[in-house]
Design a protein around this ligand. Sequence first.
Ligand SMILES: NC(=O)c1ccc[n+]([C@@H]2O[C@H](COP(=O)([O-])OP(=O)(O)OC[C@H]3O[C@@H](n4cnc5c(N)ncnc54)[C@H](O)[C@@H]3O)[C@@H](O)[C@H]2O)c1
Ligand SMILES: O=C(O)C1=N[C@H](C(=O)O)CCC1
Length: 250
Amino acid sequence: MISLCMHGCNGKMGRVISQIVAEDPSSSITCGVDLQSTGTEYPIYSSVTDCQEPFDVVIDFSTAAAIDSLLAQCTSLSKPLVLCTTGLSEVQRQAVAAAAEEIPIFYSANMSLGVNLITALCRKAASILAPAGFDVEIIERHHNQKIDAPSGTALSMAEALKDELGDEYFFELDRSAKRQKRDPKEIGISAVRGGTIVGEHTVLFAGRDELVEIKHTALSKEIFAIGAVNAAKFLLGKAPGLYDMTQLIG
Ligand SMILES: NC(=O)c1ccc[n+]([C@@H]2O[C@H](COP(=O)([O-])OP(=O)(O)OC[C@H]3O[C@@H](n4cnc5c(N)ncnc54)[C@H](O)[C@@H]3O)[C@@H](O)[C@H]2O)c1
Ligand SMILES: O=C(O)C1=N[C@H](C(=O)O)CCC1
């Protein structure tokens, strides 16, 4: 049995995790952290360090602005952290790496199995298609409540592709001010926001007279919640370090 502290418990993902855990006999949420202290069956605090109930692991789905403080709270208590919030700055990502020297941290911009599989498939496709002259574009679509753009997943896929293709490749997030043809070394990233789209990521390889598209569609937020709870179970008893889906999937 694992006991959890849910950071961002009143948010969309926090509520889905609460439902998933309520149906899981091997996990429980003993306490939560959010800006408002009502709305759940478990007590809610304004900081992880204020929580009175025992817990093994913190799961976070909140906002980038909360992460500096969250890292300090988890390291001060020596609590493992499953960090799912996206939109972190480069400085914050360095802070995550530094905190992971003290506590186990699982960080993934996308907790679904499928996205992590297609990222590996895209690496393979890119290694064959880009040298043959195919342009690489990532198109992501999300709901109209999402704050960060492009999505953490799109950035993480772009990083994987750049890692595969070489340092001469670069990200192009906004062509609006440019008046020039596409650079062959661009990895274009486009973000669409609308309605209740849970999350779609398409990697397009556009060649001369042929297109290859690799696409993942999330049909519910539950896939992220299940991945986060599995990550919390995976972290239990682990040494300090930075873990991700590649280790969880094995
Ligand atoms: N890694 C993944 O698989 C994955 C999947 C879905 C969403 N996300 C990311 O998770 C984050 C949350 O998504 P959401 O849709 O639940 O957002 P949301 O806006 O619905 O919920 C965020 C919650 O965090 C709370 N919050 C804000 N500041 C806080 C603070 N200082 N301390 C504690 N709680 C605070 C808010 O009050 C809110 O209840 C986003 O960054 C999103 O991109 C990641
Ligand atoms: O709903 C969101 O917000 C999501 N955010 C993640 C991202 O930015 O990649 C994962 C998909 C859902």
